[in-house]
Design a protein around this ligand. Structure first.
Ligand SMILES: Nc1ncnc2c1ncn2[C@@H]1O[C@H](COP(=O)(O)OP(=O)(O)OP(=O)(O)O)[C@@H](O)[C@H]1O
Ligand SMILES: [Mg+2]
Length: 452
């Protein structure tokens, strides 16, 4: 996936400092501007999400008027820009004024590259979340194939494949961990196929071996004890439509032979039946098992495998779909609050952070259940991190301290914990997310007594 670099606009008249920042923040495309006009031009040209702004700009490098005028103009043109203001002398007053005008944060000169790097990384992160919010509120293009919610390139690729193969007469095998949406995608294949018959699903792992054959192929009256009347199997039921064979790896070998014969000849025989019956049923199957290994050691017939897997679609886990956990959390929160607890109107910022930081081993199903429970439990207007009760979340009731140094530490710890969790404790990856160097991250981990 090629993603263009995030643009950081640095408004700063000191060319030495410009160079230094450019060099230090090589994870961003750093664009520099030396005065108000250049800043506005760059804002229009690059639409940066984050701007650092020195208040002392020419023609008034020792005052703050020009800086404040620039701040006001940036926020008038692009109100969602995160502006981080640099203050020199008289710092406190101008910092407070800037925040009052709508600046995101401030830092004191002389610049501490690492500290500013953290603020910048957080600003980008917040901007992204807010943007996702806006996109969702405006009913943006988050839904594909009618029912699948995603904005992640990894998943959009899967959706495009499904779209392309749906109308072709090929068998589709969906591979994905539990809760990744296998059944939803199987349904999408059916719906986009234009086939007029039903979508029928059967979970091969949930049905006892001795009953599976009857379920799939049906039986005639008197075929076995208890067969008091004849019964149509799922394959016939899906005539003209699609049969979804879930957990296909669990089909016993004896039945695999029978299934293969159906796939080759498009004919079935009910148990106890005398006549072969022609059926036009499309097969989509899914499994979370490693069928390659199973064919290698003889637990799954290779010829059946090739019949079932003309097209193999690998469904990424939720953790592999960038940004989707938050997107889906909002979707489910909206849906369940409408259905179960209309008082709940939004997710709090800490809930969004918690959703974003958690790894979701049970994928979309786990997320859906977690949000549903939280909506039922919530007693306020917003869904909080406490309502979600996710493992590894920060202790609740932790108010932001008033003291700036302490506040920054709380925020730093949170950002670091999230970056570490999201990268599964990969120092390089976490450092990159945070926009700092590896040694700096090591120092911070030590300083805050966080462990890698
Ligand atoms: N991308 C998505 N957008 C919206 N809802 C989704 C998405 N993916 C999954 N879901 C929902 O999550 C739940 C689990 O999906 P589904 O049953 O399709 O997954 P699965 O892979 O078959 O899971 P399992 O292995 O548990 O059977 C369903 O309620 C489904 O509607
Ligand atoms: Mg399923």
């Amino acid at each position: 996936m090629s993603e263009s670099m995030k643009v950081l606009l640095v408004v700063e008249d000191d060319e030495g400092l410009q160079r230094q920042l450019k060099w230090a923040y090589d994870g961003y495309q750093v664009v520099c501007a030396g005065d108000r006009q250049a800043a506005i031009d760059a804002l229009r040209a690059h639409e940066p999400a984050v701007v650092t702004l020195d208040l002392g700009l020419p023609p008034d490098p020792d005052g703050t008027d020009e800086g404040f005028a620039t701040l006001a103009e940036i926020l008038r043109l692009k109100p969602d820009t995160k502006v981080i203001v640099a203050t020199g002398h008289g710092a406190r007053e101008s910092a407070l004024k800037a925040i009052g005008m709508g600046a995101y944060d401030f830092y004191k000169k002389p610049v501490d590259i690492d500290e500013l790097g953290l603020i910048v990384a957080r600003a980008f992160h917040l901007h992204e979340i807010e943007e996702e919010n806006r996109r969702l509120e405006s009913g943006g293009a988050a839904t594909v194939l009618g029912s699948i919610i995603t904005a992640a390139p990894e998943m959009l690729k899967v959706a495009r494949t499904i779209e392309r193969v749906a109308s072709a007469d090929v068998s589709v095998m969906l591979l994905g961990a539990s809760g990744t949406g296998k059944e939803l995608l199987a349904r999408a294949v059916h719906e986009m196929s234009g086939r007029k018959g039903q979508f029928v699903a059967i979970n091969c792992a949930a049905i006892p071996e001795n009953l599976l054959e009857a379920e799939l192929f049906g039986y005639e009256r008197g075929a076995f004890t208890g067969a008091v009347k004849s019964n149509v199997g799922k394959i016939e039921l899906a005539e003209g439509g699609t049969l979804f064979l879930d957990e296909v790896g669990d089909i016993p070998l004896a039945l695999q032979v029978k299934l293969l014969r159906f796939l080759q000849e498009r004919m079935i025989e009910r148990i106890g039946g005398r006549q072969p019956i022609a059926v036009d049923t499309r097969i989509v199957c899914a499994t979370h098992q490693d069928l390659d290994a199973m064919t290698a050691d003889g637990r799954f017939r290779e010829d059946l495998y090739y019949r079932l897997a003309e097209i193999v679609v690998k469904i990424p886990s939720l953790a592999e779909r960038s940004g989707d956990s938050v997107l889906l959390a909002r979707h489910f929160a909206n849906r369940f609050s409408r259905e179960l607890n209309p008082g709940v109107q939004s997710l709090s910022a800490d809930a969004v952070d918690a959703v974003d930081a958690y790894a979701w081993p049970g994928n979309v199903r786990e997320l859906e259940n977690r949000i549903k429970r939280a909506v039922i439990m919530a007693d306020g207007k917003t869904l909080t991190a406490a309502d979600l009760d996710l493992p590894g979340a920060a202790p609740q009731g932790q108010e932001m301290p008033i003291n700036l140094r302490a506040a920054r530490e709380v925020a730093d710890r949170k950002a670091i914990r999230q970056a570490m969790s999201r990268t599964e404790n990969n120092i390089s990856g976490a450092a990159k997310l945070l926009g700092i160097s590896r040694p700096t991250l090591y120092d911070l981990l030590k300083q805050y007594r966080l462990s890698a």
